[in-house]
Write a protein that binds this ligand. Structure first.
Ligand code: NAD
Length: 336
């Protein structure tokens, strides 16, 4: 690491304090003033399915917002509620020294940070930049280096829990970054989540998220296959789900988010697979798992297969459906 953070983390001795460059001292002063100013405006970029309810929970906790979304309609209700809407990520950085980003992909996140009107163009020294998007851990590490060069702090904090948990403020945040900054991040993330877990250096939050979603995809496909087979063998789907959920096959996909229509209320399978966590986003996360498996030489046989299944689903018209629609997809494939 090149900049002030490494020095802050590593150099606790007197030598460091008496020899630190002037710009590092200025950056430290900025960090101190930022973390003490608890209800100063918070920047929020990306007000989509997840970002919208997350930002609203910050508002409920009394934080004024400075917001930006490339899709202006996404900002409307915040503007009507009296929050400040600006016209670029750079403008957010000019007005807020704590910023949360919640964007679809690595490409969008790089654009928001490093683009022509990106955060880095106007970021203040000592600012805390928290990225809650699910992106490639290698991209998080690169962004962190760029942010450090500007004397600011970057943390990756992807979430698990979906839109329902975002609304109720029950998300789980998996946080990677300098440990000394965790408390400052927790102050904001705790307004939007029930669990805020420190994972280690930058990128480890993304690593935890990617592993979780790879397992989720595999277990969802497994649940869909088992339910489909049981139905074909003449079992009532509700009875089969009940038996699975009192047996060793039980998992979140079977007992909380069952993919078979009619088995549970209040889940996407009860609503034509609308809402929830899109198959496209799952395919994206499985692609990130593939990239990470390649770079770490890790065997992920079922993860690879799950990736292919979700990519095929998206290509065959399921891209806007919830990822539990894999049950429907498999049933259609039976005709071959
Ligand atoms: P979304 O597509 O609903 O929202 C993303 C928002 O970002 C949109 O409003 C879009 O206009 C905005 N955006 C895109 N590019 C932008 C740019 N360059 N500048 C400014 N704004 C831009 O996505 P989402 O469902 O809210 O997911 C966001 C992230 O959270 C993704 O990385 C996803 O994988 C992750 N996630 C989603 C869920 C879920 O259930 N939806 C659950 C956990 C994690």
């Amino acid at each position: 690491m090149a900049a002030s953070l490494q020095l802050r983390g590593a150099a606790s001795g007197l030598w460091y304090w008496s020899h630190r460059p002037r710009w590092v001292a200025a950056s430290l002063a900025a960090v101190c003033s930022r973390s003490m100013a608890s209800k100063t405006p918070v920047g929020f970029i990306g007000l989509g399915n997840m970002g919208n309810p997350m930002a609203k929970n910050l508002m409920k906790h009394g934080y004024p917002l400075v917001i930006y979304d490339v899709f202006p309609d996404a900002c409307k209700e915040f503007q009507e509620a009296g929050e400040q809407v600006v016209s670029s990520p750079a403008d957010v950085a000019e007005k807020a020294d704590r910023i949360i980003t919640m964007l679809p992909t690595s490409i969008n996140t790089v654009e928001v940070y490093s683009g022509a009107n990106g955060i880095l163009k106007k970021v203040k020294k000592g600012s805390l930049l928290i990225d809650s998007s699910t992106i490639d851990p290698a991209v998080s590490k690169e962004l962190s280096k760029e942010v450090e060069k500007m004397g600011a702090v970057f943390m990756d904090a992807p979430v698990s829990g979906g839109v329902g948990a975002a609304r109720s403020g029950n998300l789980t945040f998996m946080v990677g970054g300098v440990e000394d900054e965790f408390a400052a991040a927790q102050e904001l993330l705790g307004c939007m989540g029930a669990n805020v877990v420190y994972c280690g250096a930058v990128g480890t939050g993304q690593a935890a998220k990617i592993c979780n979603n790879m397992l989720l995809a595999i277990s969802m496909i497994g649940t869909a296959e088992a339910m489909n087979l049981g139905i074909r063998l003449g079992l009532d789907p509700k009875l089969l789900a009940k038996i699975l959920n009192m047996s060793s096959g039980r998992c979140w996909s079977s007992d909380t988010y069952n993919p078979v229509p009619g088995v549970m209320d209040g889940v996407p399978s009860a609503n034509n697979y609308e809402g929830g966590f899109g198959a496209t986003l799952m395919a994206k996360d499985l692609g990130l798992a593939q990239d990470s498996a390649t770079s770490t030489k890790s065997p992920v046989l079922l993860g690879s297969l799950a990736h292919q299944i979700y990519r095929m689903m998206c290509a065959k018209g399921y891209s806007k459906k919830d990822f539990s629609a894999v049950f429907q997809f498999l049933r259609e494939e039976e005709t071959f």
